[in-house]
Design a protein around this ligand. Structure first.
Ligand code: ZN
Length: 267
């Protein structure tokens, strides 16, 4: 388990019976399932931030069925050669990718702002440190990690830079332009393309891009996978209700998954 620090004052946290406390008296509870809730009230913008239980359950069922297994394999293939000692997965959700990353690093931590997701992760996967926390104030010391991963999570490049060691790596995965194109066509009159380049631009001179791979594979979705995908895809909620309902009622949909996998090295 990595050294974790207080997200408020960055002093080291010490384990007590059922909480972690810092010398300044900030205290964070350890849940029954074993995860630590480090989300300080200051970093919450709502009472229950992040994905709600319905979205989390839908994503777990969808991922368990293996629809995104090629992505998990591709991410692991990029991470394994780095031979990292410690890895932090940001926006880890219910742990589908995080749990696979234990094959790439012995010491793996998953962090997500959504408590329902971390609860589910902690129940299923032992041997991983699970933290409820914010990407904007990572509870880890400066230059303490060899690898940080972020699959579809909200990027805070400055914090990633701070916790990575010089020479450490960041793996960022984001939807590529054609991702779920036919699904979005069914939902919207005008389909806005995903723009991975905009993520690239967010990485300043502190990082160099080592790999920029595009992964594409067909998805043949039947029910209930189609409904689960709609539930776990935030922008689907922006569609007109009748368009969404029509798509939900379909028996099947053929579409394509497309992802950008960007591997950066911290200078
Ligand atoms: Zn503190």
């Amino acid at each position: 388990m990595p050294c974790i620090v207080c997200p408020l004052c960055r002093l080291a946290l010490e384990r007590q019976a059922s909480s972690w406390t810092c010398p300044q008296g900030h205290s964070f509870d350890v849940a029954r399932e074993g995860y630590v809730n480090l989300l300080a009230v200051q970093h919450k913008h709502s009472r229950e931030p992040g994905d709600n239980p319905g979205m989390v359950q839908a994503r777990r069922a969808f991922l368990d069925a293996g629809h995104y297994a090629p992505l998990r394999q591709a991410a692991l293939a990029l991470l394994a050669p780095l031979r990292a000692s410690a890895l932090l997965d940001l926006g880890c959700g219910e742990g589908y990718y995080t749990s696979a990353f234990t094959a790439a690093a012995p010491d793996v931590t998953g962090l997500d702002i959504a408590k329902p997701a971390i609860r589910l992760a902690a129940r299923r996967y032992a041997g991983i440190t699970w933290l409820v926390g914010s990407n904007a104030a990572l509870p880890l010391p400066d230059e303490s990690l060899a690898v940080v991963t972020s699959l579809f999570s909200h990027l805070q490049v400055g914090e990633m830079y701070r916790v990575l060691r010089p020479g450490g790596h960041a793996l960022v995965v984001t939807p590529a332009a054609p991702h779920l194109h036919s699904l979005r066509e069914a939902l919207f009159d005008a389909v806005r393309e995903h723009q991975p380049e905009k993520f690239l631009a967010g990485f300043g001179p502190g990082f160099e891009l080592r790999r920029n791979d595009e992964l594409r594979f067909p998805l043949k979705l039947q029910q209930p996978a189609l409904r689960q995908l709609l539930l776990m895809t935030p922008y689907a909620w922006k569609a007109r209700p009748e368009r969404r309902a029509a798509l939900e009622a379909r028996q099947a949909l053929a579409t394509e998954a497309a992802f950008s996998l960007m591997l950066f090295r911290r200078k």
